[in-house]
Design a binder for this molecule. Structure first.
Ligand code: NDP
Ligand code: HEM
Length: 500
């Protein structure tokens, strides 16, 4: 397992240096010139092609999650899930599926430090026999916002100021203090979980409510939890700051070195499952990604284990070109009405077409290599498949009776249907308008030093905000979640000279 991952085209081992079109190269040290001291000749294809190729080495970095590390491994089912899903790779205990994982920081550029306070991406590509399923989650069970319309604005507050090109704490807290639903994620982010010790020592969550559908077409709403078998381990703010300068690639190094020496990280995988019809009666809007389902309401069911046991051979080919999308689904797993999730279904393939090109799914790391892709779609830039040779490129067609045909006889393949009602419109969230209970529960769950660190980390970050109105607005949000919380942050900021 883990050895079945896509073959990355390797350099031939015959020692002959060639141009990109395969011609043997006579000299890789001296450009061709007109006479010993004359100008360089444009006929030197090897030189021109080598420079032109180099000029184009960088592809656009991911607009978010630009810095990341990846590894190969496998997922093994450990429970009978037939009541929940007909997904073939979850059919019975013992089934193993190859997986590629990518972990990342979110807001910074590709060269950013691994130890910055930030959520961490937790993206998994399951290479199943029915195509790839991507679980594109984070190391937090919730998110800052719950409507995709807000995503570009939210991300802009973490990027650089359009004038100064500096990080802008005022913009960051301005947006958060005007977005009360962000408080839950802010609590997790400013706890010590916001600076994980390594990618191996953090949990992963689908965060969104997804759907599992069984062979009778019965759907359950589910949340995925990947709990680290290495144990949760975090840096304090001081440790993280030190690493920012001493080893900004600490998490990249940790993952690679651990796997290299055979210390394979693993995660025990759990589901929370809810009957579809119970969602309407539940206290929380299950399609609000700023909320968790308390474990006491929906206990975690152990279903499998994820193990990472093989490093990429080439970072660019396997990690930089990896393209995950929440819309990459398989029969038995389906989407829900979570608005954020719906926005993401569009956004990821769209950005991949921009970042990697139309044929991004032909790249070895992204290929659904355990099945055969067959359809009537063709061509496009950088199409390096056989392009279905001379097979018909339209449907319906009668030329090839064995040509790919839709599978409408198979209930497993049909998307599960949802009852809808009401008029179209732009509706705010109503049912979850209590955005303070869950952050307050978490604040109170953190005891002693853990709670002190949360408060201290907030004071540290908010002390960089210049506009006092923004600070006061955010303190009011903390106080709504717990009366001691905002007061403590306020006192700390006053002690740092803020005239609140
Ligand atoms: P429970 O007591 O059943 O669950 C508490 C959970 O809190 C733990 O299992 C752990 O989740 C998580 N936790 C512990 N320390 C931290 C921390 N420093 N930062 C983030 N999470 C932490 O209570 P509830 O289910 O009612 O949850 C209470 C609060 O815990 C929630 O409001 C939420 O903020 C947070 N939480 C809840 C999760 C859930 O799915 N219910 C998942 C993660 C956090 P884990 O074992 O997954 O690390
Ligand atoms: C990466 C958009 C919310 C997890 C990305 C990328 C985009 C994006 C454009 C870059 C992808 C690439 O270039 O390969 C959005 C939008 C969101 C949203 C529009 C909300 C509407 C979320 C949420 C989560 C999440 C809620 C987690 C639950 C990730 C992860 C990656 C990522 C893990 C990195 C994937 C990788 O490793 O390549 N997102 N995102 N995103 N996003 Fe989101």
């Amino acid at each position: 397992m883990g050895q079945e991952a896509p073959t990355i085209l390797a350099t031939p081992q015959n020692n002959v240096l060639t141009t990109n079109n395969g011609n043997p190269v006579d000299d890789n040290q001296n450009s061709m010139t007109a006479g010993e001291f004359g100008p360089v000749l444009i006929q030197d294809f090897h030189l021109i092609d080598k420079l032109a190729r180099f000029d184009r080495e960088r592809i656009p970095e991911r607009v978010v999650h630009a810095k990341g590390s990846g590894a190969h491994g496998f997922f093994e089912v450990t429970a009978d899930l037939s009541q929940l899903t007909c997904a073939k790779f979850l059919e019975k205990p013992g089934i193993k599926t190859p997986v590629f994982a990518r972990f990342s920081t979110v807001g910074g550029e590709k060269g950013t430090s691994d130890s910055l306070r930030d959520p961490r991406g937790f993206a998994l590509k399951f290479y199943t026999e029915e195509g790839n399923w991507d679980m594109v989650g984070n190391n937090t069970p919730v998110f800052f916002i719950r409507d995709p319309l807000k995503f570009p604005d939210f991300i802009h507050t973490q990027k650089r100021n359009p004038q100064t090109n500096l990080k802008d704490p005022d913009a960051y807290w301005d947006f958060l203090s005007l977005t009360p639903e962000s408080l839950h994620q802010v609590t997790i982010l400013f706890s010590n979980r916001g600076t994980p010790y390594s990618f191996r020592h953090m949990n992963g969550y689908s965060s969104h409510t997804l759907k599992l559908v069984n062979s009778q077409g019965i759907a359950h709403l589910v949340k995925w939890h990947f709990k680290t078998d290495q144990g949760i381990r975090n840096h304090t703010a001081e440790e993280a700051k030190k690493l920012d300068t001493e080893n900004p690639d600490s998490n990249t190094e940790d993952l690679f070195e651990s796997i290299e020496k055979g210390d394979f990280p693993s995660w025990t995988v759990y589901l929370q499952a809810m009957k579809e019809e119970d969602a309407a009666k539940y206290r929380w809007n299950v399609f609000d990604v700023t909320k968790v389902w308390p474990h006491s309401d929906y206990p975690l069911q152990k279903i499998g284990k994820l193990t990472l046991n093989r490093n990429p051979k080439n970072y660019f080919a396997e990690v930089e070109q990896a393209a995950f999308s929440p819309s990459h689904m398989v029969p038995g797993i389906d989407v829900t009405n979570d608005k954020m999730l719906q926005g993401r279904l569009f956004s990821y393939p769209d950005t991949h077409r921009h970042r990697l090109g139309t044929n991004y799914l032909q790249l070895p790391i992204n290929q659904p290599y355990r099945t055969i892709v067959a359809n009537y779609q063709r061509d496009g830039p950088m199409n390096f498949s056989e392009n279905f040779n001379n097979a018909p490129n339209y449907e319906p067609q009668s030329r090839d009776p064995k040509g790919p045909a839709q599978q409408d006889h198979d209930i497993r393949v049909r998307p599960s249907s949802v009852q809808l009602y009401g008029a179209t419109g732009r509706y705010p969230f109503r049912k979850s308008d209590d955005d303070f209970v869950q952050p307050g529960n978490l604040y109170r769950l953190l005891k002693g030093k853990e709670q002190d660190d949360l408060v201290g980390n907030l004071i540290d970050h908010m002390s960089k905000v210049k506009n006092l109105e923004i600070i006061k607005r955010q303190i009011a949000l903390f106080n709504k979640a717990d009366p001691t919380w905002g007061v403590r942050v306020e006192e700390g900021l006053k002690a740092r000279g803020k005239k609140l």
